[in-house]
Design a binder for this molecule. Structure first.
Ligand SMILES: [Zn+2]
Length: 200
């Protein structure tokens, strides 16, 4: 996720640091300050108006105009999974944490189906099936289960509330799952093909 000074630029679609150009501060309650500033993408020079809060932990971006984009999803991930993952990130970027968690869980279910799990089963069974068939390791099973648990909380009214940190965590886990199951194998296959081409 973006740190204090970086955002996903809506113009060049890069994860970029913002360069401070001009601004002023105004004190608010609790000894804190709001900074209104003009800042610039260090990749494409798009300008932003930002509002930052200077609390105990530094100057955190509260708002930017134009708004930051959610980070992009790797194009090597299967299309069906990618669609839900992107929508989950979009939910996260506008503070819809429950929506993000439910969509992350849906993405895990789509991964299971894509990797050959039985249709119509409960998600925990589908994850187990992939583990039993040696398609995923114990580690990956654990990550998928964590996304499933928080996704369940988000989907049912009598369960725990899902906060920003919860949904952030499971989006990171979903990203790791996708890296291991789609991105790394595709990269390795590409390397292998290149190596074979050079040997001929
Ligand atoms: Zn930019």
């Amino acid at each position: 996720m973006a740190d204090l000074n970086s955002i996903y630029c809506p113009k060049c679609r890069c994860h970029t640091n913002l360069i401070y150009r001009a601004g002023y501060e105004r004190s608010i309650t609790g000894g804190k300050y709001l900074y209104h500033a003009v800042e610039e993408c260090n990749n494409c020079q798009q300008h932003f108006l930002t509002i930052r809060l200077n609390g105990q932990y530094g100057k955190k971006i509260l708002k930017s105009y134009p708004e930051s984009l959610p980070k992009t999803v790797n194009s090597l991930i299967s299309d069906s999974v990618k669609k839900d993952f992107e929508e989950a990130l979009l939910c996260q970027s506008v503070g819809a944490y429950r929506g993000a968690a439910v969509l992350a869980r849906r993405a895990v279910q789509l991964i299971c189906l894509d990797k050959g799990a039985k249709k119509g089963e409960k998600l925990h069974k589908q994850i187990e099936e992939l583990f039993d068939n040696n398609i995923i390791t114990q580690d990956i099973k654990d990550w998928a289960d964590e996304v499933r648990y928080i996704g369940n909380d988000a989907a049912h009214p009598n369960k725990e509330e899902v906060n920003k940190e919860d949904s952030e965590d499971i989006l990171e886990l979903l990203e790791s799952l996708c890296d291991v199951l789609y991105v790394a194998p595709a990269r390795a296959a590409k390397r292998k093909q290149k190596r074979k081409g050079m040997a001929e």
